[in-house]
Ligand binder design. Structure first.
Ligand SMILES: NC(=O)C1=CN([C@@H]2O[C@H](COP(=O)(O)OP(=O)(O)OC[C@H]3O[C@@H](n4cnc5c(N)ncnc54)[C@H](OP(=O)(O)O)[C@@H]3O)[C@@H](O)[C@H]2O)C=CC1
Ligand SMILES: O=C(O)[C@H](O)CS(=O)(=O)O
Length: 486
């Protein structure tokens, strides 16, 4: 599959989109993007200089006054046009995504629908950006609270969901009346640039939505050094999030952070095992295990441990690894060699510390970016995979005896993004849901991602929430008006 197969070749853009113009870097410098499945060149994108990022900031700043004074309905209409164009061009957008990120085409199609759903959701939220009135402190005094857009925003996004992580931010920002500069991951810029082409076609005014590419640290320095940028939203690793949080301190920029996870997936003795295995498969192997909400540790109570392991091994046997364009493939290449090495490192460390391999070949670095799904049992907390996100198709099962032990194991991590558990005892469900330290809890459910719920973590998994009505709060400021008595 190559770019030539696109129905609309104009969606394949190898330039940045700033103020409605398609730009090369003045230096002529470019970054290469390769297909993770086979190493083929997909294309090249500009390496923008700090000065050129400044131009994007000025464009977003200039566009703000006009965009924020549009009516909520007008902003919603632009967003809905963008949404419709994304779905109209779903096949091309999915092809670009599988070319640059590798995920199976059926998952890329699903991500385009997921990404578009955030644009629709926030188009609807735009018209519900309500304020409030509060009884005054004195007779005749009136108190009002209005909500206003934060202003010029920036977004830095990861490679694992190259479209949805952009629209989850940009949809809320534009609905609130903000303008935004997006820096996509260098591995997956073409999905972002295609979204820009469709934003332009949808009539989103020039300067409102901008996409820049280049050296991440230089771009983030330029964005956080500018007092014109009032907010940064980041999705990616906790290490980078920590650095960006410090950078935002210079001008007290608002920040939203969607960071790493280490999700426990707990199966109690009273669970429905077939449902638990169904949930485990989608939770562990979506995007070939490359999501921040993937189960990273399976904690299985002794009474059902062997039954669950056998059923999970059988289900894993049905997974098919290959090029994302091949029909029937359910597991693609990982994003790069570093990702493969991390899976190999976690696997070898676990075996060296007593883990048993139940199914799947030992991962190695001899098969390009491909890793066959592998299942380990006899996991203990000395193993690296209990403390670090594997971000690949390695399922690790740790046995426990009591509910208290499961909660302690689950919470024994600095992260707190997602957690999952299966039980049919309603009293246990309330106890465990209360006790788990995570922003998102899947209860007898392995797929928790949608536009209507507040997505985000606690502890070192992040700050703020995306999606839901709360997602708009991240892009608005409350203004308190106190009207004195006559
Ligand atoms: N909580 C959530 O919703 C999500 C969390 N994640 C987490 O992110 C990790 C995997 O994604 P990955 O892309 O590797 O994460 P990274 O943090 O390496 O990259 C994310 C983004 O940050 C940029 N970046 C990298 N270094 C810097 C820097 N010094 N300053 C500014 N920006 C920088 C990257 O640019 P470039 O590509 O050019 O390096 C990319 O655009 C995992 O830990 C995963 O859990 C991922 C997705 C969602
Ligand atoms: O990047 C991620 O892992 C996403 O946040 C996961 S989700 O939103 O698709 O669940």
């Amino acid at each position: 599959m190559t770019i030539s197969r696109l129905k609309c070749p104009r969606l394949f853009r190898q330039q940045c989109y700033v103020d409605g113009r398609w730009l090369d870097a003045a230096s002529g410098q470019t970054l290469q993007v390769d297909n993770p499945a086979n190493g083929d060149l997909v294309g090249r994108v500009p390496v923008m200089s700090a000065e050129e990022i400044g131009t994007a900031i000025d464009a977003a700043s200039a566009a703000l006054r006009q965009w924020r004074t549009r009516t909520a309905q007008e902003r919603a209409d632009c967003l809905l046009d963008w949404h419709d164009l994304m779905l109209e061009h779903k096949e091309d957008l999915a092809t670009l995504m599988t070319l640059e990120q590798g995920k199976p085409l059926v998952e890329s199609r699903g991500e385009i629908e997921y990404a578009a759903s955030f644009i629709r959701w926030f188009a609807e939220e735009a018209r519900r950006m309500y304020g409030e009135t509060i009884p005054g402190a004195r007779i005749g005094q009136h108190i009002l609270v209005t909500r206003q857009p934060v202003g010029v925003c920036a977004a830095i996004t990861p490679w694992n969901f190259p479209a949805a992580m952009i629209t989850r931010k940009a949809g809320a920002a534009l609905a609130a009346g903000c303008t935004i500069i997006v820096k996509p991951a260098s591995a997956t810029p073409f999905s972002a640039l295609a979204l820009a082409a469709l934003a332009d076609e949808a009539g989103i005014p020039h300067g409102v939505f901008n996409v820049v590419t280049g050296k991440a640290s230089e771009i983030s320095e330029a964005l956080t050094h500018s007092p014109k940028v009032r907010k940064l939203s980041f999705t990616g690793s906790t290490d980078v999030g920590r650095r960006l949080m410090a950078q935002c301190a210079e001008h007290i920029q608002k920040i939203s952070l969607e960071l790493g996870g280490n999700a426990p997936f707990i199966v109690f003795d009273d669970a429905d095992i077939s449902r638990a295995v169904e949930g485990a498969m989608v939770c562990k192997f979506r995007n070939t295990g490359q999501t921040c909400v993937c189960a990273n540790r399976f904690l299985v109570q002794s009474g059902v441990h062997d039954e669950f392991v056998a059923a999970l091994a059988e289900a894993m046997g049905k997974l098919r690894v290959g090029d994302g364009f091949e029909p029937g493939v359910t597991q693609s290449a990982l994003i790069n060699g570093d990702a493969v090495e991390k899976v190999v490192e976690h696997f070898e460390d676990a075996l060296a510390k007593g883990a048993k391999r139940v199914c799947g070949p030992a991962p190695d670095t001899d098969r390009g970016n491909y890793v066959q799904p592998v299942l380990l049992t006899d996991i203990n907390t000395e193993m690296t995979l209990c403390h670090e996100e594997t971000f690949g198709p390695l399922a690790a099962v740790l046995r426990f005896d009591t509910e208290e032990e499961a909660i302690e194991l689950a919470n024994a991590t600095p992260f707190g993004l997602a957690a999952y558990f299966y039980s049919r005892d309603i009293h246990r469900i309330w106890r465990v849901a209360d006790a788990l330290e995570a922003g998102i809890i899947g209860i007898n459910e392995g797929l928790i991602s949608n536009p209507m719920a507040p997505f985000g973590g606690v502890k070192e998994s992040g700050l703020g929430r995306e999606g839901s009505r709360h997602g708009l709060d991240e892009y608005t400021e409350l203004k308190y008006l106190c009207m004195g008595a006559e």
